[in-house]
Design a protein around this ligand. Structure first.
Ligand code: ADP
Length: 449
């Protein structure tokens, strides 16, 4: 039984988790930095504890302060949300050592998947197809050259500890490999304190397709179909869809079966996402995220499931209570991430939201923690809202998103809403005919014109 959950996060995801808890009759504890004293997640929680100064390192990443807050308030479980401590195996371990439930996978699985090289070796052994590349870490530049010759240029040098698109460099030809090798390693060392790198063939026109998985502590594993997250800028997702306009039912079924079988053999528990690049009908695993993802609402809309509620039930030791054949995808869902950024330069635009009006109506969902008068602090991620729509067909979902974006008012700061409008109106997007490289080119063309 879980009766009080401490949410070790902020912003829209803290609210999202509170909502599930409230509907389940579970009390919530918010934690916050001094910069977030007026935040909505603090106002709406049953209890709130200040855990430190604005810098995330001293507050939302401060394990001792978060655990103390859980002890003082008598919480019996911690939900990490996404980002911050959500993929920190030591944190998960410490939470459990203190007798609390960690609402997520085991520390061992977080650790295995947190190292992308180990993740790939593990998945290969479980029969999941990979992007062609090096078998493990590259020992030196000579090894990088040899693998690159074998798989063929262009290639990508990637950090084993990578995340957020950092520590990743393309070498178009043999002339670039030395630079890609040293830049990727330097970036990896600076960002993750670990300069281990590996090499993958750089796919020229893949889609990013990911599978949402849930497993319980009793060996049951199911998937909730795919999300297409190909619309990215600097390897960061901007707009996501469920399902993918590119997949057939047979392809979905096959990758779903491969993924759930692999995770069942691992004994995977709680929510996880297997990320693939998909090109010419082939799926290639790139990484696994051992947490709830930003874009989870599109899956919730098409599958009529509350993924956070399921995460909490699983952490409490309950059985899933359903099997794969009970899960049906219906209609189409789209999510637009609304970042407080200049829509052309993407420079962050913190400041005060003077006017805020959230769109509504049939099939419209706004996950946000902002309000009129809210001051967006400069210390954290620039995403201030997620607008999600659901409709019977993709075409109707696009029209609904366009209508919802027209209703949305965020005054006082710049947002990427104008860019979303342009994307939704574009014939190539409307046809669903895009790859992971499409948005960068689209943005470049917009800025030129
Ligand atoms: P991170 O953990 O930093 O997000 P990922 O491995 O998930 O890194 O990759 C992020 C994005 O980078 C992918 O969604 C894709 O757009 C691009 N990418 C990664 N690997 C490749 C590859 N081998 N070829 C082409 N693009 C890639």
């Amino acid at each position: 039984m879980i009766s009080k959950v401490l949410i070790a996060n902020r912003g829209e995801i803290a609210l999202r988790i509170q909502r599930a808890c409230r509907e389940m009759g579970i009390k919530t504890v918010a934690v916050h930095s001094t910069a977030d004293a007026d935040a909505m997640h603090v106002r709406l929680a049953d209890e709130a504890v200040c855990i430190g100064p604005p810098s995330a390192r001293d507050s939302y990443l401060n394990v001792a302060a978060i655990l103390s807050a859980a002890m003082i308030t008598g919480a019996d479980a911690i939900h990490p949300g996404y980002g911050f401590l959500s993929e920190n195996a030591e944190f998960a371990e410490t939470v459990e050592e203190h007798g609390l439930a960690f609402i997520g996978p085991t520390a061992e699985h977080i650790r295995t998947m947190g190292d992308k090289i180990t993740a790939k070796t593990t998945m290969r052994a479980l029969g999941v197809p990979l992007v062609p590349g090096s078998d493990g870490a590259l020992v030196d530049i000579q090894a990088a050259r040899e693998v690159a010759e074998k798989v063929g240029y262009p290639v990508l040098i990637k950090a084993a500890a990578g995340g957020g698109g950092r520590g990743m460099k393309v070498a178009q030809t043999a002339d670039d490999i030395e630079e890609a090798w040293s830049v990727a390693r330097a970036e990896a060392r600076a960002a993750f304190g670990n300069d281990e790198v590996y090499l993958e063939k750089y796919l020229d026109r893949p889609r990013h397709i990911e599978l949402q998985i849930l497993g319980d502590a009793h060996g049951n594993v199911v998937h909730f179909g795919e999300r297409d997250c190909s619309l990215q800028r600097r390897h960061q997702k901007l707009l996501e869809e469920a399902g993918s306009p590119a997949l057939t039912d047979a392809e979905r079924e096959e990758i779903g079966r491969t993924s759930t079988e692999a995770l069942a053999r691992m004994g995977y528990r709680n929510a996880g996402t297997l990320e693939f690049l998909y090109q010419d009908g082939q799926f290639c695993f790139i990484e696994m995220n051992t947490r709830l993802q930003v874009e989870h609402p599109v899956t919730e809309m098409v599958c009529s499931v509350d993924l956070v509620r399921e995460q909490i039930r699983i952490a409490a030791g309950e059985q899933l209570g359903y099997t794969q054949k009970d899960i049906k995808m219906s209609g189409h869902a789209i999510e637009c991430r609304i970042n407080a950024e200049n829509p052309e330069t993407f420079a962050p635009s913190p400041g005060t939201v003077n006017v805020f009006h959230a769109p509504g109506g049939l099939g419209v969902r706004m996950d946000s923690a902002i309000y009129a008068g809210y001051r967006i602090p400069p210390y954290y991620d620039s995403m201030i809202a997620k607008l999600i729509v659901h409709a019977p067909t993709r075409q109707e979902a696009i029209a609904r998103m366009q209508r919802a974006l027209d209703e949305c008012v965020v005054d006082g700061v710049e947002t990427v809403i104008p860019l979303h409008r342009k994307i939704l109106a574009d014939p190539t997007f409307q046809k669903g005919d895009y790859t992971i490289h499409w948005l960068e080119n689209f943005v470049a063309a917009q800025t030129k014109s």
